[in-house]
Design a protein around this ligand. Structure first.
Ligand code: BGC
Ligand code: NOJ
Length: 814
């Protein structure tokens, strides 16, 4: 069953009924001002940091789940009846409903009793504000006398404090209303110099800023007193819960439409300009008045919307493909690329499943996210890399997360996740292959964001490997530390407190538990660093890191091979994890996919055997599960992984993030059919028909799909913010379609299904547009390339002579 459909032409997903199985959200904002926006106008906004600078309030785990948002009420003043065009929060029956989620905007429309209202929500490029552009149409035969109410509820900035510290916060709220603009200035009088503002393009009939006054005692958002009575009360919030609500009156002739623009923004004054006049407690508005004047004019709103389209068209144009598979096309061309920008912007902080107060930007996550967006925003990728590297310790270890507002590492989680440092090498390598910007390696970057400790970025990469070399266990494999990619494999955690996995080294010296997965990852990262050193003119380093990779490869083969697949780990007692000797958790997905990516066992049949074992033991119609058999009981020596009921999350759920590792592995082994088959199993568009089972948005990947041991096998959770976005995008574009940036050119080496007769692609790479046509002449993966009419050897298209801006590539597969 479906709840909507893709509109591939407009790059929108069209939701046609509001009661989707989960909130189906979109994101607005792509730079500093962000919002979550559901198909029923739910969600909240923030500036830069979902925890520290939250503008509007989100309600967590609510009933219904998606509550609190950017709500509009339309009231018929003759009858007193009212509705919300976004269905929520009034609900009730609408005569028509539609939500179009597009690139950085959503248009939510509803109709009732001959009155239609449609709101286009978006954040203009370059602005710290969001627009609610409402058009109301009277489709009746008679004139209509209407009232429009808008409402947003402010969060008192620090979302964590806002959700807990009521004894204080019920007394701090402050607003100011000047020239029909509502200014939210809670905490402005202290150290802060920022405020929010809410304004409208129309003359107001009234406003409210105190929640209780707008809603009325004991009433909810579905039936606010102001709306029911058709009258705002000009309330001024003192403490309690400040809101911004505008009341606009409209008299519409039959067939007449009117447009009303509301906008909510954030402003920061320079530190010394706190109050105006000095000494008073009034917000200094000078800096924001021109912006308010600008967006009160709908012409400027239209221009901003047009600019947003241009912005997204430009980003997506970097890679466009046309294949025989509609799902591949729409994911690669639109939605997967779009999701990669969301993971870049949000990391894992704010979504339906992430509260925005829990996590900042993750070190491993953000480095891996680079794989999916570096070609779209290379300059921003550059900055992200430098920010991440600055949270590395001098040992080469790294903070596991940092806050985007302060860019400082999070002390409450600390470091010691021993896979973390390797991802920096992988992220930086990808950046260099895409951009060729080797100057980044010379940038001076501190350790632990401490001034005076700067070394070139290149040295940070070397420390990453040094950290691994300094943390080797009894079998010669890397020590796992707090955990590796699998946050829940806590082999040093003998605590009785589930959920305490991040503190789990307590009482343990961490000197025995080893990770075969990190072994594979290290082979990959050391090979990457060796190649990077070669390109950077460091032959001694090139050789050294090649040696590191070779040595670790031998260790993995010797102590990390179980006979039919790669082992997962050794625990603190030296017991194998992920072995046929285990009663449960005999085979894990991570080392199979990743060791093949690292090139381990390609020549001796182990790679093929490992992936065959994946197919035999782990693959399901809904994707590949993380391990089998699932742990049926809690095992203190393995940690959080066994705390989940079988089939969920790391305990044998389909953890989509590592499915692309196997997909890439299959392409490395030349098996395009299997690679694309696995891709399709987790691909949201390909799962659209089973939306009632899948539940999450059919336009973005989810982190997890319940595994075969779960009663809800096939049900997805944790959509949007997942490493799945970058890895599936990377797997599809660079390995299945095979269009792969390398240091010395663009490789074109597709490994596509046998049934495909070819495909075309346009890829903008280092400022040159490559028009690529791939044709199948035989069933294999052998490639013959013609570049601008000339046959070349191999599959790497070298950079064209200076000044040439477009290149035609023809590839024949046989
Ligand atoms: C989840 C992991 C996640 C970790 C970090 C765990 O509870 O199962 O998937 O990586 O929390 O927050
Ligand atoms: C989600 C986390 O964000 C990621 O860092 C981790 O690798 C996976 N869960 C697996 O535990």
């Amino acid at each position: 069953m479906k709840y909507g459909h893709f509109d591939d032409q407009t790059r929108e997903y069209v939701i046609t009924r509001p009661d989707t199985p989960m909130p189906w959200i979109n994101y607005i904002g792509c730079e500093n001002y962000f919002g979550i926006l559901s198909a029923t106008a739910g969600g909240y906004s923030y500036y830069k940091d979902a925890r520290l600078r939250r503008l509007t309030r989100g309600r967590y785990n609510n009933v219904p789940m998606d509550f609190g948002g950017r709500y509009i009420y339309v009231r018929d003043n003759a009858s007193g009846a009212f509705f919300s065009p976004s269905w929520m929060p009034v609900r009730g029956k609408l005569d028509a409903y539609e939500c179009r989620h597009g690139m950085g905007y959503s248009i939510i429309s509803g109709k009732k009793d001959g009155i239609a209202a449609s709101t286009r929500y978006f954040v203009p490029v370059g602005e710290n504000l969001e627009i609610w552009d409402v058009t109301v149409t009277n489709e009746r035969a008679a004139a209509a006398d209407l009232s429009l109410f808008s409402v947003a509820e402010f969060c008192l900035w620090d979302a964590q404090d806002d959700a807990t510290n009521f004894q204080r916060n019920f007394s701090t709220g402050e607003v100011e209303v000047v020239d029909e603009v509502i200014y939210h200035k809670t905490e402005y009088r202290e150290r802060r110099n920022h405020f929010a503002f809410f304004a409208s393009s129309e003359k107001l009939a009234g406003f409210d800023t105190q929640r209780e006054a707008f809603l009325g005692p004991w009433r909810g958002w579905d039936d606010p007193k102001a709306v029911a009575e058709g009258k705002s009360s000009a309330s001024i919030a003192h403490g309690w819960q400040p809101i911004a609500s505008n009341h606009v009156k409209l008299s519409l002739k039959p067939g007449e439409s009117r447009r009303i623009v509301f906008f909510l923004g954030y402003h920061e004054n320079p530190k010394d300009q706190k109050f105006d006049p000095p000494g008073s407690q009034t917000v200094n508005k000078a800096g924001v008045l021109p912006t308010i004047a600008k967006f009160r004019d709908p012409k400027n709103v239209d221009a901003a919307f047009a600019a947003l389209k241009v912005f997204w068209d430009g980003l997506l144009a970097k890679c466009q493909v046309s294949t025989p598979d509609i799902h591949t096309d729409r994911m690669v061309n639109v939605w997967n690329a779009y999701q990669c920008m969301a993971t870049f912007n949000m990391s894992r902080s704010a979504s339906t499943f992430e509260s925005g107060i829990g996590r900042g930007l993750g070190f491993r996550d953000s480095n891996q996210d680079l794989l999916g967006f570096v070609h779209m925003v290379p300059e921003r990728a550059r900055q992200r890399i430098l920010d991440l590297a600055a949270t590395q310790f001098a040992s080469g270890g790294a903070y596991h997360q940092y806050q985007p507002m302060t860019k400082k590492g999070n002390n409450d989680i600390g470091g010691g996740f021993n896979d973390d440092p390797h991802w920096l090498i992988i992220g930086v390598s990808q950046y260099l292959k895409e951009t060729g910007d080797f100057s980044i390696l010379d940038e001076a970057v501190p350790f632990d964001t401490t001034p005076g400790t700067e070394v070139p970025l290149y040295d940070h990469l070397k420390r990453s490997i040094q950290y691994a070399l300094d943390n080797i266990g009894p079998h010669g494999l890397p020590l796992i530390g707090q955990a590796d990619w699998n946050d829940c494999l806590n082999l040093n955690c003998f605590s009785d407190e589930p959920g305490q996995s991040f503190q789990c080294l307590k009482g343990k010296d961490g000197k025995r538990a080893e990770s075969v997965f990190i072994g594979g990852l290290m082979v990959h990262s050391a090979k990457e660093l060796s190649a990077l050193a070669r390109e950077h003119g460091r032959p001694a380093d090139e050789e050294f890191y090649a040696g590191v990779a070779r040595d670790m490869e031998e260790v993995v083969k010797k102590h990390g091979w179980d006979g039919e697949w790669f082992l997962r780990a050794y625990d603190d007692f030296g017991h194998k994890v992920g072995s046929k000797e285990c009663d449960e958790g005999k085979i894990f997905i991570e080392p199979q996919g990743y060791c093949v990516i690292a090139g381990i066992g390609l020549g001796d049949g182990r790679a093929r055997q490992a992936l065959d074992s994946v197919k035999k033991y782990l693959a399901t119609p809904h994707g590949i599960v993380l391990q089998q058999p699932a742990y049926s009981r809690y095992r203190i020596e393995l940690g959080e992984i066994s705390s989940y009921p079988p089939g969920y999350k790391e305990n044998a759920g389909i953890f989509c993030h590592n499915n692309p590792w196997v997909i890439i592995g299959e392409t490395i082994l030349g098996n395009g059919d299997q690679a694309h088959d696995y891709y399709s199993r987790i691909c949201p568009s390909a799962r659209e028909e089973i939306s009632d089972l899948h539940k999450n948005e059919p336009y973005v990947f989810s982190q997890m799909i319940a595994g075969r041991d779960a009663p809800t096998h096939g049900e997805a959770k944790n959509s949007w913010l997942t490493g799945t976005a970058a890895w599936t995008y990377y797997a599809a574009t660079q390995w299945i379609l095979g269009i792969r940036p390398e240091y010395r050119g663009l490789r074109v080496a597709p490994v596509i299904p046998k049934t495909w007769d070819g495909f075309t692609a346009t890829r903008i790479y280092r400022g040159v547009t490559y028009d690529i046509t791939v044709k199948r002449a035989g069933q294999g993966n052998r490639i013959a390339l013609t570049v601008d009419g000339k046959t070349i050897d191999g599959s790497v298209v070298p950079p064209p002579p200076a000044g040439v801006k477009s290149v035609k590539v023809e590839a024949v597969l046989s």
